[in-house]
Design a protein around this ligand. Structure first.
Ligand code: HEC
Length: 278
């Protein structure tokens, strides 16, 4: 918990530091944009290596959301106040306040959809439980930023200020589709060469479930009301077991019980054999 909070704070300090140091230089917007992108990528990578996938995605979402709020409270609103105060006092307005506020609000614009993606992806275990989940997260967030860019430019297009931005939406959607195709579970072929027996029945399956699943889905504990320690209960959840342990690989949770690939293959074969129970 403390690490997670520190993560939010450190990201803000670094991001804020980048904006302060280079934000007002020549090509400041571009440099800050590039550095912030790098920083978000690095943070995503770290989060996914330090925290379990689901928490990591939430944390990155929270990290961007926190910085969005901090931008508003520490820069955008105070900047406006100073401008208004200067105008009231009849003093010349320092344009830096406007520039800073604008830069931060542009960042907030691009953070919006990535935050949404990071938060929503929590319902889709195939995104955060992937071995390269940090890359999945980055690609999804980039897609979000590209789609956001489409909406920004579309406004300008309607006013005749820029070209039709459809390409941005295309890039964003193509990235999302690419991620989906990439994440589509591709099951290893199980041929006769594999170690698992050719037909898997309950007798072969039961010891695997006992060792890898009963601790959370047995007599003592029934996570999500799923019990797997009797043939009847197993039959009832057969589809879900296949889905969770073979396709999405969300189960065992964080692989707490260290299931092996061979055992996953065994569950798969059992299911493909019609999920037989005595
Ligand atoms: C360390 C504890 C733990 C272990 C071990 C574990 N599970 Fe789970 N399981 C959970 C939790 C927690 C949930 C609820 C997850 C949620 O709500 O997102 C769950 C949910 C499920 C569900 C319901 C999923 C749904 O969304 O409807 C199925 C099916 C399932 N587990 C199958 C298995 C199988 C099969 C194994 C063994 C290969 C296994 N689990 C091992 C903790 C565990």
């Amino acid at each position: 918990m403390a690490t997670a909070l520190a993560f939010l704070v450190v990201f803000w300090l670094l991001y804020d530091g980048i904006c302060r140091l280079v934000g007002q230089r020549k090509n400041g917007d571009t440099i800050v944009g590039a550095l912030t992108l790098l920083l978000v990528c690095a943070a995503s990578w770290l989060a996914c290596h330090w925290f379990a996938g689901r928490a990591a995605f939430l944390l990155v979402g929270a990290m961007l959301a926190t910085s969005m709020s901090a931008n508003v409270f520490f820069w955008i609103i105070p900047g406006q106040r100073k401008v208004v105060a200067a105008i009231k006092a009849g003093q010349p307005v320092d344009p830096v306040h406007g520039q800073r506020g604008k830069q931060r609000s542009v960042h907030n614009t691009y953070f919006t959809l990535p935050v949404l993606f990071a938060m929503l992806s929590n319902h889709y275990s195939f995104t955060y439980s992937h071995p390269q989940n940090w890359l999945v997260l980055i690609l999804m967030m980039l897609a979000g930023a590209a789609i956001r860019q489409f909406f920004v430019l579309r406004h300008g297009y309607k006013l005749g200020r820029n070209r039709n931005p459809l390409a941005h939406a295309g890039v964003g959607v193509a990235m999302l589709l690419g991620v989906i195709v990439w994440l589509k579970p591709d099951l290893p072929p199980v041929g006769p060469a594999s170690a698992a027996p050719v037909t898997v029945g309950y007798v072969e399956l039961q010891p695997v479930l006992a060792q890898r699943c009963y601790s959370c889905h047995g007599a003592q504990v029934q996570m999500k009301n799923v019990r797997l320690d009797s043939p009847e209960a197993l039959k009832q959840h057969a589809q879900a077991v296949y889905q969770q342990a073979v396709l999405s690989r969300a189960m065992p949770l964080n692989n707490a019980t260290a299931i092996t690939e061979a055992e996953r293959a065994l569950i798969r074969r059992w299911f493909e054999a019609g999920a037989p129970v005595p």
